[in-house]
Design a protein around this ligand. Structure first.
Ligand SMILES: Cc1cc2nc3c(=O)[nH]c(=O)nc-3n(C[C@H](O)[C@H](O)[C@H](O)COP(=O)(O)O)c2cc1C
Length: 362
């Protein structure tokens, strides 16, 4: 339930179309108008994942801060980490507007942005000007008109190596035609080999090994999941992010907006993305880091991702509905849930509902 103040703020923002409202929220974060959140650090929420020390397990998902305009302001809202991008080598405009749609009754969003972004150089300039040392990941992709998509990912690794705490190779956006084909076994093998070779080369040069994660779609067959798991395990990948938006429109109340083309996110994605996360955890075993994303709206749903096999979680869409206080509420809520469970650390609860979620039909 949202409080009256939040409801009013939301009503105000919802007077504008979603893309304008998004721009206004970025401007508010830039201006410092959004107050920083007060959280008492809880050592039980700290974890080292892929060699990185996270203060808490909640991150801002990619797509909100595509151009690295407000990563430090986002961290001040309570997030333990944030992911900029997707960035592509060249700037690109993306698809014609309107291209973001709110499904208010469903607490969901459909987007078909198509990697609108200012390109590598603009994001790199902003990230290199930061001094805070925050936990900021860089999500890399390929230009729509690229003749060599794999080369675009390699360029991303090289360009951002000195400023990224981790990389995400995003091959799961439904809005760049053919991009998801990179999830097919042979293409994925070629992508992972090239990206990880570039990382190796940069690690040799710099003396620092930056982890690389792969972000996958929730719309995978069992064979598709087998293939991804096999390739991931045979390469030196550092982890998976599960999942991107879905093409499914099942169970939506807003049948009118449901007709829009694009990827669906928010509350209706929760079950599917959590089931795929658990199925992939079963396949890759306990050692590989996994970040769970899709429909996280509360401390309970964040913890459920962890119980289903995630080490860390991210969110985006539910912040559109709940506002900038959501990350702080979730992080404080996680501490309360740990009290209730009498758990000494968040890690203790990982996988505690793995079997339930892995068996879940979606
Ligand atoms: C408007 C919008 C834009 C997005 N852009 C990107 C993107 O550029 N790269 C990416 O990897 N994911 C992108 N995503 C997907 C989110 O990072 C996330 O995986 C997905 O929305 C599920 O999480 P949620 O239900 O908490 O939103 C975008 C999502 C939305 C709603």
């Amino acid at each position: 339930m949202i409080d009256p103040f939040k409801r009013l703020a939301r009503k105000g923002l919802f007077l504008f179309n979603p893309e304008t409202a998004h721009g206004m929220s970025i401007a508010a974060l830039k201006s410092g108008l959004v107050p920083a959140c007060q959280i008492t650090p809880d050592p039980r929420l700290r974890q080292t994942v892929a060699g990185l020390a996270f203060d808490n397990p909640l991150g801002m998902a990619a797509g909100y801060d595509k151009n690295a305009e407000v990563p430090e302001a986002l961290l001040k809202l309570g997030f333990g980490f944030t992911e900029i991008g997707t960035v592509t080598p060249k700037p690109q405009a993306g698809n014609p507007r309107p291209r973001i749609f709110r499904l208010v009754e469903d607490e969901a969003v459909i987007n078909r942005l198509g990697f609108n972004n200012e390109g590598h150089d603009a994001a790199f300039e902003r990230l290199s000007a930061l001094t805070g040392g925050g936990m900021i990941g860089v999500n890399i992709g390929a230009n729509k008109d690229s003749e060599d998509r794999i080369a675009d990912y390699v360029a991303g690794i090289r360009r951002f190596y000195s400023v990224a705490r981790y990389f995400t190779a995003n091959i799961s956006s439904p809005n760049t035609p053919g991009l998801r084909d990179l999830q097919a076994r042979e293409s994925l093998a070629a992508l992972l080999s090239a990206v990880l070779a570039a990382r190796e080369e940069m690690a040799q040069k710099s003396g620092r090994k930056i982890p690389v994660f792969l972000k996958i779609a929730p719309d995978l067959t069992e064979e598709g999941m087998d293939d991804i798991a096999a390739e991931v395990l045979s390469h030196a990948l550092d982890g998976l992010i599960i999942s991107n938006t879905t093409l499914s429109r099942e169970g939506l109340k807003d049948q009118r907006q449901a007709q829009e083309t694009g990827g669906l996110s928010g509350v209706p994605l929760f079950e599917k993305s959590t089931a795929v996360l658990a199925r992939m955890r079963k396949r890759v075993g306990p050692g590989l880091p996994i970040i769970g994303v899709g429909g996280v709206s509360s401390a309970e749903t964040a913890l459920e991702k962890i119980r289903a096999g995630a080490d860390l979680v991210q969110l985006y869409s539910c912040m559109v509905y709940e506002g900038p206080g959501l990350p702080g509420d979730i992080v404080r809520g996680l501490s309360k849930l740990l009290d209730r469970e009498k758990a000494g650390s968040i890690r203790e609860l990982r996988d505690s509902r793995l079997d339930y979620w892995a068996a879940r039909k979606v």
